[in-house]
Design a protein around this ligand. Structure first.
Ligand code: C2E
Ligand code: CA
Ligand code: CA
Length: 600
């Protein structure tokens, strides 16, 4: 049984003998076929076939007389075979007799061809038509599936190739990416370890100076364009020497195999000169582009296990170039103390992240005492970190690293929030307690600081005047304008300010009058030895006098003995803080604990 859908397929009858045509039609109509087309010569049959160029599968089969004028069956088949899918069209050739001639069978294995004697029986015609149409559809379907599979395969190959490329290259610049660079370095490492000699190779870590600023000012598209321009420049400058890779946004690695450090320095110079001569023009602005370059070498004197080590070292050297003023070349030196410090800084990062996650920070409180009556004026809040083994780590160890590694804003915010929460949680009878919070030197660069203070105070209903912020003199001078404006805004909320470590840095009395602070904290170094050091006494005296003239109260740090208290009172210093009054502790000390006159 043939499916009805197959019966809709066109049957082309190419025959001139009318009685033969009628017979074919009758017999096929009896079996449900109805879609016929007729051709009486070669030209007509070709014309019909052309109509089905796009969908040869619509042709069920062709019944053709061997003696059709102007038609060579062989040529007809040739044209079929050049036509996508045409090769499957079955052909029933009507012949007067079935003696084979040389043309009959050599059309190719795909072809469905059947020779039918003109005095065929109706059943024979019907069987062969059914069979051929089914077979043709089978063959055609398989052919299509195969074709689809092939295109899928070739597409997948293309995707694979593209993926392979992407895995090894940076998409924007087409340069090798970091992992490809590592692979190349690894090859040198392998080679050096397998042979008994080692070749010098050098990695240049190239970092464009202030690229993020250009990105911010001109947008990422312009930033991308600059990167591509710069790559072209560097490639030209180096005559395509070395393996060039993009390590991260504006950071590139140039790996020079079989190259000494002094040769690499010459290449670095060339890169810098080409950048010096280049102007990146955007509209009316011409940007001057510079780069900091770090060098690290692979040689027999250095044992290196992983390519990342080389990249890390070159990066360290590049950071040194940056911190030393940018636009310069720096060679990695493992004895470099700053590099070692940076390495230590890096070790702090996971510890600090873990401290946030696992609530390892906590606060201590140290009283600041009124030197006239012994009252506790307020407490300074001092942060601590509980290490994994329970050891308490002081801020001197992790705050500088946190500042350098960009984690300090998180700590500042944590201290602000927890201090205000602490005040809010105190019982009503302790609502007079005030606390002083240390802010890092870069705290005011964090835009979220002011809103955090504001929101926290509003939410907890803690009075702002219970909070004093301590900022160091050095930090204040570094960002003079910004600091002043922030102090104004935070003071407008009602908070107080203290200038910490006064005298330790610039001893900048000049600045003092321009900072709207309430307290000046005289640095502990002048106090610790006050009793025995007359110079300290003179200095503390003048610091106090000036502060007093400017309407600010003074606090002496590191007050450790009664004699110091006595001297400080004589000088007129208003408050004292130090071990004699109390070490930093998790508990607040009781008020009125110091009968100041008893201490003396
Ligand atoms: P600082 O602000 O000058 O804090 C005073 C430091 O002197 C504290 O050290 C305190 O424990 C110590 N100290 C107090 N009295 C005496 C004394 O009589 N003798 C001696 N020798 N030392 C005394 P600490 O807690 O180790 O803090 C060190 C520094 O870390 C602080 O110096 C401050 O700059 C910073 N820091 C502390 N807590 C925080 C914080 O929460 N945030 C920020 N950003 N920095 C903090
Ligand atoms: Ca302080
Ligand atoms: Ca201090």
């Amino acid at each position: 049984m043939l499916l009805d859908s197959l019966k809709q397929e066109v049957i082309i009858i190419a025959e001139i003998d009318e009685s033969s045509i009628v017979r074919i039609i009758e017999e096929l109509q009896n079996k449900g076929f109805y879609n016929f087309k007729f051709a009486v010569n070669g030209a007509e049959i070709h014309k019909i076939i052309r109509e089905y160029y796009e969908n040869p599968e619509a042709i069920g089969l062709i019944i053709i007389s061997k003696d059709l004028p102007g038609c060579e069956i062989k040529d007809l088949y040739k044209s079929f075979s050049q036509w996508d899918g045409g090769v499957f069209i079955p052909l029933i050739v009507l012949k007067k007799d079935l003696t084979p001639d040389c043309d009959d069978w050599n059309f190719g294995s795909q072809n469905l061809i059947y020779h039918l004697k003109q005095d065929y029986s109706p059943v024979e015609l019907q069987i062969i038509v059914n069979f051929f149409i089914c077979l043709k559809n089978e063959k055609y379907l398989r052919y299509k599936q195969q074709e689809r599979l092939l295109t899928e395969l070739s597409e997948r190959k293309l995707v694979d190739a593209k993926l392979k490329y992407l895995v090894g290259h940076d998409e924007l610049t087409g340069l090798l990416n970091r992992s490809s660079l590592e692979q190349h370095i690894q090859l040198t490492l392998n080679r050096n370890s397998s042979r008994n000699f080692s070749q010098d190779s050098v990695l240049l870590f190239i970092d464009l100076d202030r690229f993020s600023l250009l990105n911010e000012l001109e947008g990422f598209d312009v930033g991308d364009r600059l990167l591509i321009d710069v790559i072209g420049l560097i490639r030209n400058a180096l005559n395509n020497v070395g393996l060039f890779a993009r390590i991260d946004s504006d950071k590139f690695g140039l790996y020079l195999e079989n190259c000494t450090v002094s040769q690499a320095e010459i290449w670095s110079k060339k890169i810098r000169t080409s950048l010096d001569n280049f102007r990146f023009v955007i509209g009316a602005i011409a940007y001057n582009i510079t780069a900091s370059i770090g060098l690290s070498s692979l040689n027999s004197a250095k044992s290196m296990i992983h390519p990342r080590e080389l990249i890390y070292q070159a990066h360290q050297a590049c950071c040194m170039a940056k911190t030393n003023g940018r636009n310069m070349v720096w060679k990695y030196d493992s004895d470099d103390t700053v590099i070692r410090e940076r390495h230590r800084d890096i070790c702090w990062v996971p510890i600090l992240r873990d401290a946030f996650l696992n609530k390892r920070f906590f606060l201590l409180f140290q009283p600041v005492v009124n030197l006239i009556n012994g009252d506790i004026s307020h407490y300074e809040v001092l942060i601590r970190l509980r290490g994994e083994n329970g050891i308490v780590i002081g801020p001197g160890e992790f705050i500088p690293a946190a500042e350098r590694m960009g984690l300090i804003h998180g700590i500042d915010l944590w201290v602000v929030e927890n201090t205000i929460d602490y005040l809010a949680a105190l019982p009503i009878e302790l609502s007079h307690i005030a606390l002083a919070i240390n802010l890092s030197s870069v705290a005011f660069q964090d835009e979220s600081l002011l809103p955090t203070i504001k929101q926290k105070l509003e939410m907890t209903c803690v009075r702002a005047e219970r909070i004093t912020f301590e900022i160091t003199e050095t930090a204040a001078i570094d960002n003079f304008k910004q600091t002043r404006s922030m102090i104004h805004q935070i003071r407008a909320l009602g908070c107080h300010f203290a200038l910490d470590d006064f005298g330790a840095g610039f001893c900048s009395f000049n600045y003092l009058k321009r900072f709207p602070v309430d307290y000046v904290k005289i640095d502990g170094q002048f106090i610790q030895n006050l009793v025995n050091d007359e110079t300290d006494q003179v200095l503390v005296h003048s610091m106090h006098q000036i502060a007093k003239k400017l309407g600010k109260k003074t606090i002496a740090e590191f007050v450790e003995c009664p004699k110091t208290i006595k001297l400080l009172r004589e000088i007129g210093v208003n408050y004292g803080q130090g071990y004699i009054f109390g070490k930093p502790s998790e508990q607040l000390m009781e008020q009125n604990i110091f009968q100041i006159n008893d201490v003396l």
